[in-house]
Design a protein around this ligand. Structure first.
Ligand SMILES: [Zn+2]
Ligand SMILES: [Zn+2]
Length: 346
């Protein structure tokens, strides 16, 4: 079947991958809408150390079941729409034993460590399918990136009444903020894109500010009565934010890093000790976070209109990467539509 491959840094081509007949506990899904992830863009630029080329990218999936193995539970039927948990779990590593499956030591994310969903059909274990009855494919394709945000918000623990500073308002940031607001937090969003800051206000941020604004620091001090933030979340992944987060977190506060970078930066660990900070990482998402994202999309039907920045037909997926590069400030999510004619067997 037709598949889109990133062959090497900056080199893409349509090729073919084999259609896998499902084993007894497997299903085949037809991919309907695919969201492009920042990690796919990194792969395209040769900046994703997890990837071995050539790779079929894509792990934000809206799909329909088109084939069912003989031992799959009868709760799943042909024609069911849903999304896919793109991660794998070994069940035996320390993370899995602690039920923190999202950070399994041998996780192989679709489109990163194994061929992803930029193709017509995907064969997988039925347990990786999450049925999304009554949701449209656009909403379904937004579940995974929002679930990553929900997971990061959950890492901050109880936030009701707390003051949170969130760096970065991409789609993960949107998931973080909506989850924090749902739980009763007061949130300042910092970003450098005007359109993203405006969206943050529309979606309920208490304050949204350009971190380069001369009034930025003063606003933070006023907002917290100079006490610092109970929680600071980095959804950007920049060295400068590490130092800012350590400075701006209140005593006994919490920092969550969901963005990351590859630079080595010097930092002073004193604030971690003297303020007894809790510093957490956040990776991927758990099933409960996926369910939270489904709920978030159902309660915020306007989300898909503001998050789906641009759509491309599957044939033009390579143009989608170019477009994203040229419009980094304004793109929230690029979606790829796969049509019936893409689905021919070979
Ligand atoms: Zn992703
Ligand atoms: Zn594991």
């Amino acid at each position: 079947m037709k598949a889109f491959k990133i062959e090497s840094k900056g080199n893409v081509a349509f090729g073919s991958v084999e259609y896998e007949t499902p084993k007894s506990d497997e299903i085949v899904v037809a991919v309907k809408v695919l969201g492009l992830c920042g990690s796919d863009l990194k792969t395209y630029h040769g900046d994703n150390p997890m990837v071995q080329y050539p790779i079929v990218p894509g792990h934000e999936i809206a799909c329909e079941i088109v084939e069912i193995g003989s031992d799959v539970p009868s709760s799943l039927s042909l024609g069911d729409s849903g999304t896919i948990i793109p991660y794998t779990t070994c069940g035996t590593c320390p993370a899995c034993r602690a039920k923190r499956y999202n950070t399994c030591s041998s996780n192989k994310t679709l489109g990163v460590a194994r061929h992803g969903a930029a193709r017509s059909f995907l064969t997988l274990n039925h347990k990786d399918f999450i049925a999304c009855k009554g949701m449209d494919y656009t909403d379904i394709a937004l579940i995974e990136p929002l679930s990553v945000g929900i997971h990061a918000a959950n890492r901050a623990g109880e936030v009701n009444g707390k003051k949170v500073l969130l760096y970065g308002f991409g789609i993960v940031g949107v998931g973080i903020m909506l989850e924090l607001k749902r739980k009763g937090a007061q949130v300042i969003v910092a970003d450098i894109s005007d359109s993203k800051l405006q969206l943050a206000i529309e979606l309920g941020a208490d304050i949204a500010l350009d971190s380069r604004d001369p009034l930025f620091e003063e606003t933070l001090v006023k907002f917290t009565n100079n006490q610092g933030f109970d929680v600071v979340i980095d959804a950007v992944g920049a060295g400068s934010i590490v130092t800012s987060a350590l400075e701006k977190t209140a005593v006994a506060g919490t920092i969550v890093f969901v963005g990351y970078h590859f630079d080595t930066i010097p930092f002073n660990s004193k604030p971690i000790v003297s303020k007894e900070l809790s510093v957490f990482g956040s990776r991927n998402a758990l099933l409960a976070d996926f369910m939270g994202a489904i709920d978030m999309l159902q309660k915020n039907p306007q989300l898909k209109d503001v998050l789906a920045s641009k759509r491309f037909p599957f044939e033009e997926i390579s143009e989608a990467f170019v477009y994203w590069d040229q419009n980094r400030g304004s793109v929230m999510k690029i979606l790829i539509d796969l049509q019936e004619e893409d689905r021919g067997y070979e």
